[in-house]
Design a protein around this ligand. Structure first.
Ligand SMILES: NC(=O)c1ccc[n+]([C@@H]2O[C@H](COP(=O)([O-])OP(=O)(O)OC[C@H]3O[C@@H](n4cnc5c(N)ncnc54)[C@H](O)[C@@H]3O)[C@@H](O)[C@H]2O)c1
Length: 524
């Protein structure tokens, strides 16, 4: 009998459930799993879940759109149906078209294969919520821009809105999964929103004539935390072959039951030793901690790269030498012009806010330095460009290669290229930009959104966007590499040199080029 035995501690109990589920895995169907689990355990709260299990994602962005697609792809089509909803009509239209809103290697093929079978994209949020058993909240949690905690706390209004919608619509029990990156204890906040609605809601109870009966005791919301660790550019691969999947829940009977249901879904494609069940608060903090530790490595190597420039050492050699130490390892030790993306800065700011909230000011200061070094690295790179032009870049034509924050994505959030382009525009340079995936509209929008008031009118005539690396380099005084797209290292730089003004400069912010060869060609 698999019920919570008072003599077992949490991990023993988990292990016992794991063993039972292992036996059930061999049956390969969720339906059978539940049937057997129901017989073997005291599974009561979620016994409403029938075949096929219905899953809803609220938020069709990078995380919601990609993780839902992979889930639909990896689970049997007749067992798991995934519906992704978003209040952005254009985004949903794009998901339903051949021109997906997101570029990720492998994504288009997966969406094309599953769409209309067990994967659906819709703006009908109400219907998606009401028909689902499990709801993933995968909306954005940007840094708050105004009010208390602005500049560091996470903006939770989208999460809150999604929770209120679930509370408003639901007339059956559901498992709610925090997929978004959220500050610790957000699950508690979601739970209180859901429960507060429950107390007020009245529905017609089938069994009791026309009496309106509070739902209070009839439906149950169990909150899980299941943060996403995908990295843009390798997102599909990261979700298919994750290092680990964390499923955090309360250590109550219902919490453990909900964790096990999610565990079974993931075990359709992920080896069981990689699916870790743990406490809710540890799971929420683990996501922030992982991003902070990764960003810390980039800022560390970048701080050393500045030192290398001063003393004439080669940062690539230093990074290689340090990475060979198995205690350190080589990942996230690649020097660059500064980390970008929607997560690192935001999540560290979140950690800083959290530390300050607990009066841990020294801890907050420690993490703040990671962000400051990142900004410093960008400025140091820009300063190097300006110095080469003896501080007179006004009127010079500067070609920018790459605008996305990293290769293999068209996401530009917090891209170092934005800071570099804006600073050069401020200095009077003429910008000629090429990125293999980022659209012209996105580039213009980013420059506009990040300019001071009235500045953009001044800048807009100095920005040119090209569809080829060669066209963008014609007559330029300098090339600046801002994103490590593979195709930038495959360009014929001799041809580029010939079409540039002389002297021709090149600044490799990503250290992807063969610098000795470039020097031989004449690029300084
Ligand atoms: N992008 C990444 O690389 C990444 C990786 C891991 C975790 N995360 C985290 O995942 C979360 C989502 O990030 P993202 O990059 O996918 O964000 P995103 O901005 O790309 O997508 C969020 C989507 O949610 C939609 N949305 C907002 N409120 C809604 C509502 N009430 N109802 C329906 N739709 C709504 C928006 O329209 C948008 O399409 C964030 O917390 C982020 O920190 C992101």
């Amino acid at each position: 009998m698999l019920s919570k035995d008072s003599n077992l501690n949490y991990s023993e109990f988990n292990l016992k459930i794991d063993n039972e589920i292992d036996d059930l895995q061999s049956l390969k169907t969720i339906n059978y799993d539940y049937k057997l689990l129901r017989n073997k355990t005291t599974l009561t709260i979620f016994n409403f879940i029938k075949k096929p299990i219905k899953i809803c994602y609220i938020g069709a962005g990078y995380v919601g759109g990609i993780s839902s697609s992979v889930m639909a792809y990896k689970c049997p089509e007749d067992r798991v149906i995934v519906t992704v909803c978003d209040n952005d009509f254009n985004k949903i239209n794009a998901w339903n078209s051949d021109n997906l809103p997101i570029y990720e290697p492998g994504l288009y093929e997966i969406v094309k294969k599953q769409r209309g079978k067990n994967l659906f994209f819709t703006t009908n949020i109400e219907s998606a919520i009401s028909s689902s058993d499990i709801i993933f909240i995968s909306v954005g949690t940007p840094t708050k821009q105004r009010g208390f905690g602005s500049g560091s706390a996470a903006e939770l209004k989208f999460v809150e809105k999604a929770a209120r919608k679930i509370a408003e619509i639901s007339i059956s029990s559901k498992i709610i999964v925090e997929k978004s990156t959220v500050p610790c204890k957000t699950a508690e906040h979601i739970r209180s929103i859901l429960n507060s609605y429950k107390n007020f809601k009245k529905i017609k109870n089938k069994n009791e004539s026309n009496d309106k009966k509070p739902l209070k005791n009839n439906i149950h919301f169990e909150i899980l935390s299941n943060p996403e660790f995908l990295a843009e550019g390798t997102a599909v691969n990261d979700i298919i072959f994750p290092d680990r999947v964390l499923i955090g829940g309360l250590q109550t009977k219902e919490g453990l039951e909900a964790q096990n249901i999610l565990y079974q879904i993931y075990s359709y494609w992920i080896p069981k030793e990689k699916i870790i069940k743990m406490g809710l608060w540890s799971t929420e903090l683990s996501k922030l901690a992982a991003n902070a530790l990764l960003a810390q490595r980039i800022s560390s190597i970048n701080s050393l790269s500045v030192l290398c420039e001063e003393i004439g050492a080669d940062i690539q050699e230093v990074s290689y030498a340090c990475g060979l130490d198995s205690r350190i390892g080589s990942k996230f030790l690649k020097p660059c012009v500064g980390f970008g993306g929607s997560c690192f800065k935001k999540d560290i700011l979140n950690l800083i806010y959290l530390s300050n909230a607990f009066n841990l000011y020294e801890i907050a200061e420690y993490w703040k330095q990671i962000i400051l070094i990142n900004e410093y690295r960008k400025m140091k790179f820009i300063k190097k460009i300006l110095d080469r032009f003896f501080n007179t870049i006004n009127g010079k034509e500067v070609t920018i290669y790459g605008f996305s924050f990293k290769k293999n994505t068209k996401d530009t959030r917090e891209s170092a290229a934005i800071t570099i382009v804006l600073t050069l525009l401020k200095e009077g340079a003429i910008i000629k930009l090429f990125d293999p995936k980022v659209t012209k509209n996105q580039i213009i929008k980013d420059i506009k959104d990040n300019s001071q008031e009235n500045e953009f009118d001044e800048y807009k005539n100095n920005i040119y966007i090209y569809e080829s690396a060669y066209d963008a380099a014609k007559n330029s005084d300098a090339i600046v590499i801002c994103t490590e797209w593979d195709e930038f290292s495959e360009i014929d730089y001799k041809k580029i040199y010939n079409i540039m003004k002389k002297p021709a400069f090149i600044f490799d912010g990503c250290l992807i080029l063969k610098h000795k060869q470039l020097k031989k060609i004449g690029l300084l």
